[in-house]
Design a protein around this ligand. Sequence first.
Ligand SMILES: Nc1ncnc2c1ncn2[C@@H]1O[C@H](COP(=O)(O)OP(=O)(O)OP(=O)(O)O)[C@@H](O)[C@H]1O
Ligand SMILES: [Mg+2]
Length: 279
Amino acid sequence: MQIVSISSLKGGVGKSSVVLGLASAALEAQVPTLVVDLDPHGDASTALGVRAAPGQDVGSVLRRPRKGAMASVATVSPWTRHPITPEVRGTRHHAGWQPWGSPTARGPVLDVAPGSAASSHLDHATYRAKDLKRLETALHGLDRYELVLIDCPPTLSALTRMAWAASHMVLSVAEPSLFSVAGTRRTMTALAQFENSRIWAVPDAGVIVNRFRDGSDEQQHRVRELQDLFGQLVVDPVLPDAPAVQQAQGAAWPVHRWPGTAAEDVSRRFSTVLQGMMH
Ligand SMILES: Nc1ncnc2c1ncn2[C@@H]1O[C@H](COP(=O)(O)OP(=O)(O)OP(=O)(O)O)[C@@H](O)[C@H]1O
Ligand SMILES: [Mg+2]
């Protein structure tokens, strides 16, 4: 099982969108996946078509964590029942697009541990070291999933640190803009300090560039700046700014099933990123 946090101390850069794109890629590739929505706003849960029933959310599990308890709130995403329309199948086929997973006898597995305001009791700066084990404990032994994607809030709170402590990999999302580059620096510095405590090594880290607009010199400059700062950690390919991303989210559809060439391009990029993460 690969546990990946999608994080950034800057808000609105696309953390939830990256979680959703990777979940869509995992569904397409038939990688059994659990999305853990740590953000008290629950945006990823909403776009995955899942709403927390009272007491059946991530915050309630983390309040009194037991080994593997996240399974008790995992809810099947309606994305798994989403048909591939002939139009979408046709365009994907034309472009030589292929799902790369092997079909499983279990059928598609995409579950969501829904977020809600209940987790805000942990969204603060102070915590005890043992609090950081809560999420790791709640995910313990959930072997039916090959991938766990954790959507983090945009704060360096106990929630974010709990996510990092449970993760094999932390992806920091950055937009190619001045303030976002500065935000990524802060995130990566915080991550390095966290790892330096030596108790909480995160084996892998990456910076994923989102909302890239090809024609913009300023944006190309910012991507080069990120590459100078973080070298090999910058994930290839970058993710384009594409209205299809917002449209698919608004309709609670996986972007891999959204029609049109822009959705196809962004889907292929998410699949490539996922493939890189799983090896
Ligand atoms: N690649 C993209 N192309 C077009 N729109 C995008 C893209 N990525 C994100 N967006 C849009 O930008 C907005 C912010 O994205 P998102 O909610 O994913 O950010 P976030 O980092 O999770 O925000 P928060 O910090 O509030 O949790 C959303 O409306 C989303 O649809
Ligand atoms: Mg978000």
